[in-house]
Design a protein around this ligand. Structure first.
Ligand code: APR
Ligand code: PHB
Length: 393
């Protein structure tokens, strides 16, 4: 027996993109159903970056989900760059008039799930075998199986592919219609979470001859720290002692002030830049990691996803109100214009701040010259500051 249900928008994936989209559509009176492959517990356990642009905060406000964020967030007026132990701060607020704020992605996800549940929105967790059909028609469908073994056929006007890099949405687009652009980096990031006060009030991006290090935070008492790791390394290759030795050394003098401790979480992630074009195929619209990946340098992943989702929700709301296809038609081109700029910034900061095994003395001197140039140039600092707080969209 197949159970049939319907909604205006079928959302694949209950990550930050799918959850925000559902909430924004609800604010415009548009119904949606979310289908998620994994469990609520696993979605809530994921630890990702925690630096939010102004536009991301606005997205949470529009969604009516910013109360806890405003109560608990830590605003940042600047960001620190460090090179072989020498440091300077870019005063992003003084330059742009805007701050970024620290609020973990885990908290964003929790706030959005709570909002969905509070208004009785069903999220189909733990669903297997999601399949998209009829993308070229005005009546696309999503088939999936619930954990109780029930087969569901979901009819919608629009499907939103918010199912991340490994999802099925992008795979449902005929290969001949997609163009993919990718760059992988010859290193990863080993990240730890530790219940100790952060070493500095601001985030520090450090390039050291031994490799990159990043000092970030989740709260006044919880720090999030990273070091560059070699390809193929796993968390087992990084004892706690090895981590603290590498991390503190790479921060120079500031490293001596780091409060160490036993990590409460340790994970490793590869770095990749990736864009898939277009972000639309018929009635399927892609948003977030399903369409693009940025390396984490600059913390743009979530922010870029939210920029897509805000744009998509507006396009859907305009289409819904007017019946005109025009707002939907502009989505991919407009979203991609911003995506590529954010890809550029994430790639640039990654390139400037890491040790690349293939680099000769020439490239190492180029990095040093870039750092010295930015330190001395108002124009250079403005470029970084306006990207860091978030480009308009
Ligand atoms: N069916 C249903 N759900 C799926 C499927 C599928 N076939 N494949 C993947 N998913 C779910 C994943 O389990 C995940 O919960 O889609 C969700 C995608 O979430 P994210 O990967 O977090 O992607 P997105 O919501 O676009 O988030 C963008 O947040 O998670 C970070 O690194 C990410 O920073 C980026 C930003
Ligand atoms: C984080 O807080 O986890 C973080 C901060 C900045 C980054 C990436 C991650 O660039």
């Amino acid at each position: 027996m197949v159970k049939s249900i319907d909604a205006t928008v079928a959302i694949i994936g209950a990550g930050p993109s799918g959850l925000l989209l559902s909430q924004l559509l609800h604010q415009s009176g548009i119904s949606s159903v979310i289908v998620e492959r994994t469990s609520k517990k696993r979605v809530l356990e994921r630890i990702r970056a925690g630096i939010l642009e102004r536009g991301t905060v606005e997205g949470m406000e529009e969604a009516g989900c910013a109360e806890r964020l405003h109560a608990e967030c830590i605003p940042h007026d600047g960001v620190i760059l460090s090179f072989d132990g020498e440091q300077f701060e870019i005063p992003v607020k003084a330059i742009t008039g805007h701050q970024v704020i620290v609020y973990g992605q885990t908290e964003i996800t929790k706030d959005l799930i709570d909002a969905c549940e509070a208004r009785g929105q069903r999220i189909y967790w733990d669903c297997a075998d999601a399949e998209l059909a009829g993308l070229d028609s005005n009546a696309p469908q999503v088939g999936f199986t619930t954990p109780d073994g029930e087969t569901i056929s979901l009819s919608a006007d629009i499907i939103a592919g918010c199912d991340g890099f490994h999802g099925i949405s992008r795979q449902s687009i005929p290969a001949a219609r997609l163009r993919e652009f990718e760059r992988t980096y010859p290193f990863g990031w080993l990240g730890i979470l530790v219940d100790q006060p952060p070493v500095a009030h601001n985030v520090i991006y450090a390039n050291h001859q031994d490799g990159f290090a990043l000092a970030s935070m989740r709260s006044e008492t919880r720090s999030r720290y990273y070091v560059q790791s070699a390809p193929g390394e796993s968390v087992d290759d990084w004892s706690t002692e090895r981590f603290w030795e590498a991390f503190t050394h790479r921060l120079g003098d500031l490293g001596k002030q780091v409060k160490t401790g036993e990590p409460i979480e340790k994970s490793i992630a590869p770095l990749r830049s990736y864009v898939s074009e277009p972000m639309r195929h018929g009635r399927l619209f892609m948003a977030g990691d399903s369409a693009h990946i940025v390396p984490p340098t600059g913390a743009k992943g979530l922010n870029l996803a939210f920029a897509d989702v805000r744009r998509l929700s507006r396009a859907i709301a305009q289409w819904h109100a007017s019946g005109s296809e025009e707002p939907l038609e502009g989505y991919s081109i407009e979203a991609l214009a911003r995506v590529w700029k954010v890809e550029r910034f994430s790639w640039y900061l990654t390139s400037m701040m890491h040790q690349f095994p293939e680099h000769s003395g020439f490239e190492k001197n180029m990095q040093r010259a870039e750092f010295d140039y930015i330190r001395a140039s108002e124009a250079g600092q403005t470029m970084i500051a306006e990207n860091y707080v978030g480009l308009p969209f």
